[in-house]
Design a protein around this ligand. Structure first.
Ligand code: PLP
Length: 458
């Protein structure tokens, strides 16, 4: 075991391939269905939204996929990211556990999201796409794609959930600085947005609505614009596996192997990015790392949602996929973790959770910020509220190890920093935050609106 604190890799250690967990998953993926016909989607339908290379990756069964050299060159701006042993946090907790974290907050935009924004922009540019469309909640994803589109000389339209657009101007300005156009969603630029505004001019928007607008803007562009999603889909989770591939090498440098691997989950991409390479070793090499996905009690799609076919968006334009869902009609409470407010969960992760390969925990908001502040004071890094969910559970694991007098090796993903989330910290510091538990009745009600799918439950 090493006595170092920071485990860094050289540029030459940057992974040359992404890992595709579908190749090893013991549960076969369920096909995505057309939102209208409810038949499996064809590449033709998908090609309205995505370039062919992305579609091939989405359905690929290859275990490893080469990372293009152009993408690796841009990754080198911030990768390999450091693995840090949180020695000061261990000391503050008085735990015999060893706590490691992978620091994805060192990317130019401050989160893991560029890991997929860069290849998505690259494949679109290569296919001749002129402009891209996307949605964003608090702005992390929009910022990442804005940076990537700027690097590849493509225009970008971002549909930003209206409440965030109004309350969080800094991320919007960040996107505009990269050259992106940002619109408050619902907007008057799409048929769907106009219909919602006619019903209620004060509609605050949701991620599901913003997805619908971005999809519509691409679908009705006559091929000029393509759409991009920052989480949930197979290819997105696969691009994120650079995190776990690096972490495997770095844990090796540390001379340890994690007993438990932890990440927060919105759509599942940063968790999968860290955890799937360890899952490969569980499935193929007899390792037994526990893989723990952490969600807010306000958006408990794994722990309280239902595993069923549902629409990916509110307007029912996106494909129907089998996933853990709170229902596409879900309207989130105003919790301070914008990146964790999606109604569903990545299909591949949902299937693995259903099969018992992955654990899930829901944590409340106040305890999450308590963990965030403790981490900030011990390690000096102020985490994104999303990432703080993983920190909460890492601390709980360390305290459990202390109670049991066990040495436990804990690894979590620090998916981003919280420098744009200071109002949330301010509210916590003055005691103004509350816990919120999403009611089971609301889940039951939303299940009435799931699409009726005949071939389901294969
Ligand atoms: C977007 C975001 C998340 C949640 O998205 P996943 O796809 O589940 O990773 C988590 N942390 C940060 C910092 C984010 O920006």
């Amino acid at each position: 075991m090493s006595d170092q604190t920071r485990f860094t890799l050289n540029e030459t250690d940057l992974p040359k391939q992404w890992y595709n967990a579908l190749a090893d998953s013991p549960v076969p993926p369920q096909p995505a269905l057309h939102p209208g016909t409810k038949e499996p989607v064809t590449p033709d339908f998908l090609s309205v939204l995505f370039p062919m290379e992305i579609i091939m990756q989405e359905v690929s069964a290859d275990r490893f996929i080469d990372i293009p050299e152009e993408v690796r060159e841009i990754y080198k701006l911030y990768r390999p990211t450091p693995l840090i042993r949180a020695r000061r946090l261990e000391k503050a907790l008085g735990t015999p556990a060893h706590i490691y974290f992978k620091n994805e907050s060192v990317s130019p935009v401050g989160s893991h999201k560029p890991n997929t924004a860069i290849p998505q922009a690259f494949y679109n540019k290569a296919a001749g796409t002129k402009a891209m469309t996307t949605e964003t909640g608090a702005g992390q994803w929009g910022t990442s794609l804005a940076m990537a589109c700027n690097f590849f000389g493509m225009d970008l339209e971002v549909y930003m959930v209206k409440v965030s657009y109004q309350q969080k101007p800094y991320r919007r300005i960040f996107m505009e600085t990269y050259g992106a156009q940002v619109f408050a969603s619902p907007s008057d630029r799409t048929d769907y947005g106009r219909a919602l505004l006619a019903e209620d001019p004060d509609n605050n928007g949701s991620l599901g609505i913003a997805i619908s607008e971005a999809v519509e803007a691409a679908a009705k562009s006559g091929g000029a614009k393509k759409y991009s999603l920052g989480s949930v889909l197979n290819h997105v989770l696969m691009h994120q596996t650079v995190i776990g591939e690096e972490a495997l090498k770095q844990m090796d440098l540390a001379g340890e192997y994690p007993d438990v691997v932890i990440g927060c989950v919105g759509g599942g991409s940063n968790f999968a990015g860290l955890a799937y390479p360890f899952l490969r070793h569980n499935l193929r090499d007899g390792q037994r790392a526990r893989l723990v996905a952490v969600e807010p009690t306000a958006t408990p799609s794994l722990t309280k949602g239902v595993y069923a076919f549902d629409f990916g968006d509110t307007a029912q334009m996106a494909p129907i996929v089998k996933m853990h869902t709170l229902g596409h009609t879900f309207m989130p409470a105003g919790i301070h973790a914008g990146g964790l407010r999606y109604h569903g969960m990545a299909p591949s992760l949902s299937a693995l959770y259903d099969a018992g390969q992955i654990e899930a925990v829901a944590v409340p908001q106040v305890g999450t910020f308590e963990a965030a502040v403790m981490f900030t004071r011990a390690e000096g890094i102020l985490p994104a509220p999303e990432s703080a969910h993983a920190i909460r559970v890492a601390i709980d694991e360390a305290l459990d190890a202390k109670r049991k007098g066990e040495k436990r090796v804990i690894l979590f993903n620090l998916s981003g920093h919280g420098h744009f989330d200071m109002m949330a910290y301010q509210q916590y510091l003055v005691g103004g935050l509350e816990d919120y538990e999403y009611p089971a009745e609301a889940v039951a009600e939303a299940m009435q609106h799931l699409p009726k799918v005949e071939m389901a439950e294969v």
